[in-house]
Design a protein around this ligand. Structure first.
Ligand code: 5RP
Length: 219
């Protein structure tokens, strides 16, 4: 199976965690696109979605699925999203699609985070994928210097501005031994909007697309 077929497989499999008539939190990316397409086939359908990006909102609306503002929703039963890396305890790197801030906000509203990913995303230790960090532009050089002190190198993602109007730094060379501690540390730095380490907001479970079918990892 191709990587895209594995993404489609888990996108469809995620439907078992969505109840008709309920709200669902929807992430961003090519795996989530398959989930949104599957969601559109649900009969009876969901009440609506809270989306983590303009891109996902547009796709949901094209399918006729109502999109609610996060401000109007106190909680969600489930949030479905992809990941750039996930480890065996459910910690993730996210933000390859630059949607990390809204992804963390919608994940925070949800009782359960269901990660959908093809098997290439499962890693022993996070950090081979460059860690995305959304920042306030004027703080970017200072934040890059802070990463340099940790032995890593941060570079602005060329031509990218988030849905919130901010740039994204991609940080290479971090071996992330303690995701909770590193997330807490980076969150203290002035000018950091969101770090794409999802440690406090790790996955509750992961549907992993493999050549043998969907593997469910529970954390
Ligand atoms: C977007 C994300 C995505 O979940 C992540 O990049 C995975 O994307 P894909 O499903 O296309 O592999 O964090 O900001």
């Amino acid at each position: 199976m191709t990587q895209d077929e594995l993404k489609a497989l888990v996108g469809r499999a995620a439907l078992q965690y969505v109840q008709p008539g309920q709200l669902v939190g929807v992430g961003t990316g090519s795996t989530v696109n398959h989930f949104i397409d599957a969601l559109a086939t649900m009969k009876p359908g969901i009440a609506g979605a809270v989306s983590s990006s303009n891109q996902s909102s547009e796709r949901l609306r094209r399918h006729g699925i109502p999109v609610l503002e996060a401000e109007a929703v106190p909680s969600l039963p489930v949030y479905i999203d992809g990941a750039d890396e996930i480890d065996a305890t459910g910690f993730m790197i996210k933000g390859g699609g630059a949607a990390l801030t809204r992804e963390k906000i919608v994940a925070d509203l949800a009782e359960r985070f269901v990660c959908i990913a093809d098997e290439s995303k499962l890693v022993k230790q996070l950090g081979a994928f460059p860690l995305p960090v959304e920042v306030i532009a004027m703080a970017a050089p200072q934040i890059a210097r802070r990463f340099a002190k940790l032995g890593a190198s941060a570079a602005l993602r060329a031509g990218v501005v988030t849905d919130n109007g901010h740039p994204v730094l991609d940080v290479r060379g971090l071996a992330i031994a303690d995701p909770l501690a590193l997330e807490a540390e980076i969150n203290q730095w002035p000018g950091v909007v969101t770090v794409g380490l999802f440690a406090r907001h790790r996955a509750s479970l992961c549907l992993l697309g493999t050549a043998e079918g969907v593997r469910t990892l529970r954390f």
